[in-house]
Write a protein that binds this ligand. Structure first.
Ligand code: CTP
Ligand code: MN
Ligand code: MN
Ligand code: MN
Length: 378
């Protein structure tokens, strides 16, 4: 019989943006289970429940040791009744029935596969499932009208669902830097998203581009896209122009949603395969049928352009993790009466914008200890 004194007890602050969360997750079994339930909740349109599971998982990710006994969790924030039940089941029985049956359910499996197609969101997947489509073959055969993004996504489903490595991200970075330097000398390219947080792999590669002279960044995306297209590097791209100044329903800095208004491009690159460039040999039969045909691999790339005056906010907003960002905005609103977006920080009491030229300054405005990117993996 063990006494409670033998257990490590944990204490963590309640907002993820007050915590240091590295990639060294000592509770992956528990957080994988909670993340799966979060996925399922989001896939079935229950965003609130999804966030609750994500917050619970994030608390466990911040713990310095593996949880071995439920009593260690007493007093921890964000662990609701439902999450605690799942954690308990896993600690006691090695698995949670709810998680296992969700994983096996036809609906979950179908939603996972269909939303795994680039350009397919939860609503589309749900509509297809109700029309009897369960998998990619069903999608190909029954042929609902696919838009351009979805066609590209279906065509390169395997490539796009294979994690992008850091080496591939670096190769893409080199290409993007070359493109940016050619069309706008002096412009700067920064790797953002998961790779900036030190992740070894990602589902895409994200870049933030700016120019030290305010205004010179305008229209940069179409120029970069033309350069990439002339080099035959783009398989797919969708460019959206900056709409920040047009926001009328919500003043700048007070966006109605977390969606920002930067000039951007969601794209699919054709990344030449390393081994195909050097050795003239192909591995033919050893690779899949598709791999044998094309000397490149499809990789999702996001390009975002920000005016230099908003750069720090854009950098902070696009570095993630998604939960960390969400928590930053919640902290700003609930604890500081401020509105944070990827464009600006607005102080609702002082009724003015708070300027910043670095992430450090933004954390300081928010009354938060600075958390470096590698510790924002909530
Ligand atoms: N983001 C955003 N608006 C979007 C899409 C993404 O502000 N329309 C932000 C997200 O909040 C996140 C960052 O961009 O902070 C990167 O998003 P994403 O590439 O989806 O996630 P990663 O953290 O990079 O994870 P992964 O490695 O899977 O790509
Ligand atoms: Mn998708
Ligand atoms: Mn990313
Ligand atoms: Mn992205």
């Amino acid at each position: 019989q063990r006494s409670e004194a033998e257990f490590v007890t944990f204490s963590v602050p309640s907002y993820a943006c007050q915590r240091r969360t590295t990639l060294n997750n000592r509770n992956a079994v528990l957080t994988d289970a909670l993340s799966l339930l979060a996925d399922n909740a989001e896939l079935t349109g229950d965003e609130g429940r999804g966030v609750a599971f994500r917050r619970a998982a994030a608390v466990l990710k911040a713990l310095p040791k593996p949880v071995t006994d439920a009593t260690q969790l007493r007093g921890l924030p964000c662990l609701g009744e439902h999450s605690l039940r799942v954690i308990n089941d896993i600690l006691e029985d090695g698995a949670s029935n709810e998680v296992e049956s969700t994983k096996r359910s036809e609906r979950y499996k179908a939603l996972k596969v269909l939303t795994g197609v680039f350009g397919v969101g939860v609503k589309t997947a749900d509509r297809w499932i109700r029309a009897g489509i369960r998998d990619l073959h069903g999608l190909q055969d029954s042929g609902p009208a696919l838009n351009r993004a979805q066609q590209a996504g279906l065509q390169h489903y395997d490539d796009l669902n294979q994690p992008v490595t850091k080496a591939e991200a670096d190769a893409i970075a080199e290409i993007v830097e070359r493109a940016v330097a050619s069309v706008s000398p002096g412009a700067q390219t920064t790797l953002i998203g998961g790779f900036r947080r030190g992740k070894p792999t990602g589902h895409d590669v994200d870049f933030l581009i700016t120019h030290p002279e305010e205004g010179r960044e305008e229209g940069l995306v179409p120029k970069v896209v033309s350069w990439l297209e002339s080099e035959g590097i783009l398989f797919y791209q969708k460019t959206t122009r900056n709409s920040y100044l047009e926001g009328k329903e919500s003043g700048p800095g007070r966006p109605s949603s977390s969606m920002d208004r930067f000039e951007r491009c969601f794209s699919i690159f054709k990344l030449p395969k390393e081994e195909k460039r050097g050795a003239g040999q192909t591995h033919g039969a050893a690779c899949g049928p598709e791999a044998g045909h094309k000397p490149w691999r499809a990789v999702r790339v996001d390009l975002v352009v920000s005016p230099v005056s908003q750069f720090a906010f854009a950098l902070l907003g696009w570095t993630g993790s998604k939960l960390f960002e969400r928590e930053l905005r919640r902290w700003a609103g609930h604890e500081k009466a401020m509105s944070l977006s990827s464009h600006a920080l607005y102080d609702n009491k002082q009724r003015r914008y708070l300027r910043a030229t670095s992430e450090e300054e933004i954390f300081a405005h928010l009354g938060l200890e600075f958390i470096p990117p590698s510790e924002r993996n909530a």
